[in-house]
Design a protein around this ligand. Structure first.
Ligand SMILES: [Zn+2]
Length: 1002
């Protein structure tokens, strides 16, 4: 996959060696670090669009000025259209790992590339070559060294085949063009050397500043939005007229997406701008155009604002000029005046997030409503500061652009829509919102809940990692979500005016430069005269958690304890009902601290009632000034389930009915405390009243989760489970299970490899006695195991090694489930390899040994799964065909006659049908098994079966073994008698908030 995976597979010693080399190298570099310098690149590009062949033919002239103290003998250039040239580029590999195996760039329409290059320096040919494995980077060897403070003139023609715009940032949809990262561009050379980088989808840019002079030739009836300032007066007039004519707004036919025929006449549009580091342009013959202007708050300078869009989203976009203007105005106020003369927001079919930023222009995909459009436009305009003007290395420090941009986006949305509720953007139905008790939840609560679901599982990553060190979920949750919460927390602590003056200073000092994280910290600390390492070092650089707890309140003093690792400021409030009487900031402290509370008739004292700080647990944040249990939290009861308010305890319930042959009809209620946000204490109990076998049946589980900070163990879950259901002979089957699950921390979280160890102590009714209608005693069992799992779309696997023992047996097993993913999203071949051996066994109770077939109900001595008709003789009724395909996993029911095994090995294959046949709801399977004994006359110990599987995957499945080995056929007879079913009710309890959310990347 990517390079990080390679390093992970290196033996530990080599890794340590590498790390020590890196440290040595880093300190060496530190020592030799020089004064800040910055290269400059001035571009002149003539480009012609061929909209028949979807190509660009261009000529580039650039001046490269070496402001470094170093003599350069070569230059790295980015040729990013080549990221689309084959299936082994970094872009292709990243898209595969997110979306599954695809023959992406085998498709001539999706393929893109750059060729016809002929680099010359001062008119002389130079030697240049593509990097191996990275065709989107080339190295140009200079004919003569480029001395410090000297410059060279580089020229090259180039041709770009524009890919269909469905994979990443460069592309066309029909004759609508998104032209970005399209020209040969030098990589950044700075104090730490060259920063050549491949085109990636998750991970952005780092570029040199300079001037751009770009002339675009294309058919006359195209409307173009581009970086820079249009130099053609005729075209400007035409656009002004187009914007002035708004008659089209009265009858928009959003269905009409036809492209007008391209004019035979061509036009050339010239755009220029200085002090920018990129140039993008968007061309479409269908664009509607609106124009506005906004006066900047500091200089009074006027900025022209444009929006360009098609019929498809015209209803939303006709109101978009105020979104652009408001964003520019507010962000200028907060950070300093917008840097350019104009801004254009373009609506187009975008396939890299909801919006994509370029200097002076943004491209936005389809928005679901006006609120969402305002939000995404604001975000992209925010990048005019944190990306365009402040050119940080986004690949290395994505937080320096995305987090700072998200920070002002969140602040902007809060100012524009202070009372917006969550249901208005998500559920959109007040009755439903009231039913789920979320009608009062502010819209920003969703961000907190999304972050909590990852943080409470101890799956966070620090905010200062490079882009490709994050898994997709954390890239969104850490960089866009948690970090933005963090910067707004810093702002709340410092106060807006101080925070804003720091950002003004940052913008002033680093505009058109390459700031580093330290530069940002230095400015904040020097402006505030405060040590802000708790924020820049601890909050940004670690995953230390924030959790303050109210201990008690007496004599106007609130005693607060810091239970977290982060020693950072917190805010205390006195409340009367829901209204906040005062807010008092307290600097971070370790241990306990008494906080003076101003006099007042508060009903309650609370830590951070406005949810400004990243508090991990809020149930311990408050104390009432009267009552017997002053620290008790409100209990929210809820039918079914709901989003969990972190300030409340929840009791969620739903009525449940059940049926088993022994208990008959059962009526009960399931109760739980929510499963969308992980909590330290979790429960799920489902008791039933049984009508036939009077008494109580049901299931219950309580669990306690411990999440240590930065330890080998990421999460330890201690659980206690109880099960009781009716059994033959008017008895009940009971089971009590005490478990410990230790989930280990993965040292790299971007490759979704997880591992855990577990141990269970189980006491359960002796099933053998129950089945023989004797009064059942209780047996004790011990289970230990280790599980290694790789989730994800491409070739996921799970390896489980375990042992199980009781008084009479000891069983050890290993099971590997591996999926070979095919091309196409969900298809693949599932392979299961199982091997087990009995180290001790009791011939009197056979089913404790290894089961060649999947176990049916009467063989489940630990009562796993939901079996409506558990005890009936297998294959006699519909439900008696139910089985769990563990151990040998054979579908054909052979256990009764073959008997159980002392050892066995089995190998199974289930495959999706190839190509378009995947819609046929059948999957072929084939199973092989070898064990210690045979059956019948020839005593063959090798078995096979092959057949078809159908049904609703993982919930209700039917297995039909059609072809079987002779020894199986002699036991089972007709194929109908071999059909078995899987019925699995347990899938729904494993849902977690983040498994269903859309990921937000802009
Ligand atoms: Zn962004």
């Amino acid at each position: 996959m990517n390079r990080n995976e390679f390093y992970k597979s290196e033996p530990k010693l080599i890794r340590q060696l590498l790390i020590s080399c890196l440290i040595f190298f880093a300190s060496f570099q530190e020592a030799s670090s020089q004064e800040y310098f910055q290269q400059r690149v001035n571009y002149k590009i003539q480009v012609k669009l061929n909209d028949q062949l979807h190509e660009l033919n261009a000529f580039e002239t650039l001046e490269y000025i070496n402001n470094s103290p170093d003599t350069l003998r070569f230059l790295f250039f980015h040729l990013w259209p080549n990221g689309y040239s084959n299936n082994n580029t970094e872009l292709a590999k990243q898209l595969f790992s997110i979306n599954g195996k695809q023959k992406l760039f085998n498709d001539p329409e999706l393929k893109g590339y750059m060729d016809s290059l002929d680099f010359r320096i001062d008119k002389l040919k130079v030697h240049w070559s593509l990097l191996s494995g990275q065709p989107d980077i080339c190295q140009i060897v200079l004919n003569k060294p480029l001395l410090p403070h000297d410059s060279i003139r580089i020229t090259t023609p180039f041709h770009v085949k524009i890919p269909k715009g469905v994979t990443s940032r460069l592309g066309h949809i029909g004759e609508s063009y998104q032209i970005s990262q399209w020209y040969p561009k030098p990589a950044v050379y700075d104090q730490t050397g060259w920063h050549q980088m491949s085109n990636q989808d998750q991970g952005e840019f780092y570029s040199e500043f300079g001037s751009f002079d770009v002339s675009i030739t294309l058919p006359e009836n195209y409307i173009v939005g581009a970086t820079g300032n249009l130099q053609n007066q005729e075209e400007s007039k035409m656009l002004d007229q187009l914007a002035a004519d708004t008659s089209w707004t009265k009858n928009i036919n959003s269905e009409n997406a036809d492209f007008p025929v391209s004019s035979g006449k061509m036009k050339t549009l010239r755009y220029t701008e200085n002090q920018i580091h990129d140039f993008a342009w968007f061309a479409d013959k269908r664009f509607h155009v609106l124009k506005g202007k906004v006066r900047l708050p500091e200089s009074g300078r006027e900025v022209n604002t444009w929006v360009m869009f098609t019929n498809q989203q015209a209803k939303l976009w006709k109101d978009a000029i105020p979104y652009v203007n408001n964003s520019i105005l507010l962000f200028s106020k907060w950070n300093g005046d917008y840097p350019y003369k104009s801004f254009t927001a373009v609506q187009s079919a975008l396939s890299a997030g909801d919006g994509m930023e370029y200097p002076g222009i943004t491209v936005i995909g389809l928005a679901k409503d006006a609120y969402a459009l305002d939000e995404v436009i604001a975000h992209e305009i925010g990048h005019s500061w944190f990306y365009s003007a402040l050119g940080s290395n986004e690949r290395r420090y994505p937080f320096m652009d995305e987090s700072l941009t998200s920070t002002i986006e969140v602040r902007y949305m809060h100012e524009r829509y202070p009372d917006k509720k969550l249901w208005e953007t998500n559920v959109r139905n007040l009755k439903l919102a009231k039913f789920f008790h979320i009608d009062q939840m502010p819209v920003k609560q969703m961000r907190e809940l999304e972050w909590l679901s990852q943080a409470r599982d101890n799956l966070e990553q620090a905010i200062n990692f490079p882009a490709d060190d994050y898994n997709t979920l954390n890239y969104s949750l850490m960089i866009y979500n948690k970090a933005a919460t963090g910067f707004n927390y810093l702002r709340a602590y410092l106060a807006d005016s101080i925070y804003d003056s720091c950002m003004h200073d940052y913008y002033r000092q680093w505009k058109s430069k390459h700031p580093q994280p330290d530069d940002l910290q230095r400015i904040f600390e020097s402006n505030t005269s405060k040590d802000l390492s708790w924020f820049f070092t601890e909050f940004i650089g670690t995953t230390k958690r924030m959790d303050y707890k109210v201990v008690g309140y007496e004599n106007q003093k609130l005693l607060v304890r810091n239970k977290g690792e982060l020693v950072s400021p917190t805010v205390i409030s006195g409340m009367i009902g829901d209204s906040i009487c005062f807010e008092k900031w307290v600097d971070g402290f370790k241990g306990q601290k008494e906080i003076d509370i101003p006099a007042g008739n508060y009903t309650q004292l609370k830590i951070d009632p406005r949810h400004v700080t990243p508090e991990l647990f809020r149930l311990n944040n408050n104390i009432r000034t009267s009552g017997i249990f002053p620290k008790a939290d409100p209990l929210q009861t809820q039918l079914y389930f709901s989003l969990e308010d972190p300030e409340k305890r929840h009791l969620m319930f739903f009525p449940a009915v059940n049926w088993t042959r022994e208990n008959g009809f059962m009526a009960g209620v399931a109760m739980h405390n929510g499963f969308l946000t992980p909590k330290p204490f979790e429960y799920f109990v489902m008791p039933f009243y049984t009508f036939r076998n009077p008494g109580i049946a049901g299931f219950g589980k309580v669990a306690y989760n411990i999440i240590p900070y930065a330890k080998l163990i990421r999460k330890a879950t201690i659980s206690l489970e109880g099960t009781q259901f009716g059994a033959p002979g008017n008895q009940n089957y009971h089971k009590i299970k005490a478990g410990l699950d230790l989930y280990f921390r993965s040292n790299q979280q971007n490759n979704s490899l997880t591992h855990k160890a577990f141990g269970n102590y189980i006491t359960a009714s002796n099933l053998f006695q129950i089945e023989h209608l004797e009064k059942a005693k209780t047996n004790a069992y011990l289970q230990f195991g280790y599980q290694l799992e790789k989730a994800g779309i491409i070739n996921p696997f799970k390896l489980l090694v375990s042992s199980e023992s009781s008084q009479s047996f000891l069983k050890t097993t290993a099971e590997l489930n591996y999926r070979i993913s095919y091309y196409g999203k969900k298809s693949g071949m599932d392979i299961r390899l199982f091997a087990g051996t009995m180290l001790k066994s009791n011939p009197d109770i056979p089913y404790y040994s290894l089961s060649p077939s999947g176990r049916s109900g009467p063989e489940q001595y630990l009562f796993q799964g939901t079996y409506p008709d558990r005890f009936s003789t297998p294959q006699t009724t519909f439900w008696s065909r139910q089985a769990t395909f563990n151990e040998g996993g054979f579908v054909s029911p052979v256990n009764n006659q073959l008997g159980y095994s002392k050892w066995l090995i089995s190998l199974s294959f289930i495959s999706s049908l190839p190509g378009n046949n995947q819609r046929i709801p059948f999957k072929p399977f084939v199973n092989f098994l070898l064990n210690d004994h045979g059956f019948g006359t020839n005593q063959a110990t090798f078995f096979y079966e092959a057949g078809l599987k159908t049904g609703i995957w993982n919930f209700f499945e039917i297995y039909i073994p059609l072809v079987v080995s002779g020894n199986i056929e002699s036991i089972t007879g007709n194929f109908k008698d071999r059909i078995r079913i899987v019925f699995n009710l347990d899938t729904f309890t494993q849902t977690k908030l983040n498994s269903g959310i859309g990921i937000e990347i802009r």
